[in-house]
Write a protein of this length. Structure first.
Length: 133
């Protein structure tokens, strides 16, 4: 456990994902996207994709910050606003990753990837139990 989180690389369907456990702020952010209605698929995606969107730090050794480009129709001011505001950029990147997961990956892939995240989170919980109060 380093500074309250664990990270590890997992290979899912031939792609390498570096995942990390979430802190309280990241958990809160991801929880706001969970949908309680809709189809079973929507519920699965809505409960897992936000956590994965925060948890994924690299795909095939490429940092998440290098995976997404600003939309072409954005003005220089819009781009500059994210470039000088790390908090806004962090939220924008999370949203981009969440959309990628929801739109570009199938349900089974998300479930496999989430299984890796859950393994990491369970390991973190075990380590925390061993830390003296």
């Amino acid at each position: 456990v380093q500074i309250g989180f664990i990270d590890q690389e997992f290979t899912v369907r031939g792609r390498k994902f570096r995942l990390k456990t979430l802190n309280e702020e990241e958990e809160t952010w991801s929880d706001q996207f969970v949908q309680t209605g809709g189809t079973p698929y929507a519920m699965i995606v809505s409960s897992r994709s936000p956590k994965l969107a925060v948890s994924i730090t690299h795909i095939d050794n490429i940092p998440v910050s290098d995976l997404f480009e600003y939309p072409e129709d954005w003005s220089k001011e819009q781009r500059a606003d994210l470039d000088v505001n790390p908090l806004r950029k962090k939220f924008w990147l999370r949203t981009q990753m969440m959309q990628f997961l929801a739109n570009d990956l199938d349900r089974e892939f998300i479930l496999e990837l989430f299984k890796a995240y859950k393994e990491l989170d369970d390991r973190r919980s075990e380590v925390i139990k061993q830390v003296p109060n």
